[in-house]
Design a binder for this molecule. Structure first.
Ligand code: DGI
Ligand code: FE
Ligand code: FE
Length: 413
């Protein structure tokens, strides 16, 4: 029997996260023998004056503080990293794609069971996760049992009741009490309470300026979320390679006068699809309508570059096409490749953990001085290596080699 990791997903606005949230997570963890609970703050909803929601940076920071001391709790920016509007069905589908060895348990309020059919693609939600419906311990659950039976029959859903103690705490109460200057220390964990005080959240003054608060993306947390996503999916040596490529790409970018942080992100994500087998890569590319060339059909591992570009955009929420392009051509190169693409191509080959290829020492010195020459030499060595191995050579690798040879010759004239 395979041992699947059991992960509870607890999404919400968490404005702010409070004791009842944490208790519910704790109970789910115990009652269902889960391995981890991921608290997932939701994206910023469109700004509404009557229902203001604190900026996602604050909500995320509070969840991070509240989960820090419990080893099986995790603050996850997964949903924040997905493009477009958040739908539970999409989030769960993507989670299952990214963590094929996990069984997800989706935590929701019991009352929501009666509205679940109106959610976006309820059949997908119920297929992708076990549903844990929270009910108060002493609550009469007869109606709910009926609804569970109905949904289970109709959707082949696996729905279980999550018995939570009666706790009279809600985020809106907490916000109101804070505005009135009341003591709410019982309802929040200490670091969250301190954070709210330090940042002056939920005071009248703060609510009054909500409209001006800039809703920024989360650069640092995005990077750390990407890194933890990669760490969870890649083998340790591959993850280390990824970090090495990111760091080296950043250095090369500085030397070449392009944006170092962009290079870092591209380096970080370039091999994100490396955890898939050849069969999986073929299947996933077909699923996403990604074109598969003859060469890729014969050597499907080449597809990790294209599929990695897809994952960067749709799984990790990278909306910069240049980053995705650099990932897409990192294995074969591409005629006409730009500086960022060259930087990733070179860093991938030369990062300090690599020790198999010939001429590494010379090439590492050359890379800081002449990027084009380095790309040229790497392609030369790669083609030689592939010929020796009698491997199928992707015409794109050859085209890139011809192109870079010509462009160096032109430069020399
Ligand atoms: O994913 P990495 O191992 O970090 O590096 P990569 O994406 O550059 O992949 C390296 C492998 O890809 C290496 O074994 C050489 C191979 N490769 C590069 N160009 C071609 C190629 N394999 C085939 N079949 N055809 C190519 O044109
Ligand atoms: Fe690669
Ligand atoms: Fe690589």
């Amino acid at each position: 029997m395979s041992i699947r990791k059991r992960i509870g997903i607890f999404g919400g606005t968490f404005d702010p996260i409070h004791q009842a949230h944490l208790t519910l997570g704790e109970i789910a963890y115990r009652q269902f023998g889960l391995d981890e609970i991921w608290f997932m703050p939701s994206k910023q909803p469109p700004h509404k004056l009557d229902k203001p929601v604190s900026p996602v940076e604050h909500r995320f920071a509070m969840v991070r503080l509240a989960t820090a001391d419990t080893p099986y709790f995790r603050c996850s920016g997964f949903e924040l990293g997905l493009p477009g509007k958040s739908y539970t069905a999409n989030t769960l589908t993507t989670l299952n794609q990214l963590y094929p060895d996990a069984q997800f348990y989706f935590i929701m309020g019991g009352d929501s069971l009666f509205a679940l059919e109106e959610w976006y693609q309820p059949e997908i939600i119920m297929k992708q996760a076990v549903i844990l419906a929270a009910v108060r311990e002493n609550h009469d659950t007869f109606k709910m049992q009926e609804q569970i039976e109905y949904l289970s029959d109709k959707y082949e859903a696996d729905i279980r009741l999550l018995y939570a103690p009666l706790m009279d705490v809600s985020s809106s109460d907490i916000r109101r009490l804070l505005r009135q200057g009341k003591d709410i220390s019982e309802m929040l964990c200490e670091p969250v309470e301190r954070y709210i005080r330090d940042q002056g959240l939920y005071t009248d003054k703060y609510m009054g300026t909500m409209a001006e608060v800039k809703i920024s993306s989360l650069p640092e947390t995005t990077v750390s979320e990407i890194a933890s996503g990669l760490k969870a999916t890649l083998k340790p040596h591959r993850y280390e390679h990824t970090l090495n490529v990111a760091v080296m790409a950043r250095q090369l970018a500085v030397a070449s006068g392009i944006d170092p942080e962009k290079a870092y992100l591209a380096g970080l994500l370039h091999d994100s699809a490396k955890s898939y087998t050849d069969e999986e890569l073929l299947a996933l590319c077909r699923l996403r309508n990604i074109e598969i060339t003859e060469a890729e059909l014969r050597a499907p591992y080449l597809l990790h570059a294209k599929y990695g570009a897809w994952m960067a955009e749709y799984v990790y929420g990278i909306d910069d096409p240049e980053i995705c392009d650099a990932i897409r051509c990192h294995t074969t190169g591409a005629p006409g490749m730009n500086t960022l693409e060259k930087v990733i191509f070179v860093a991938d080959y030369l990062e300090p953990g690599r020790n198999q290829a010939p001429h590494l020492h010379i090439l590492r010195k050359l890379a800081e001085k002449d990027l084009d020459m380095t790309v040229h030499r790497i392609l030369q060595d790669t083609l030689e290596y592939l010929q020796e191995k009698n491997a199928q050579i992707d015409p794109k690798t050859q085209e890139t080699y011809r192109w870079i040879s010509e462009s160096i010759a032109e430069k020399g004239e």
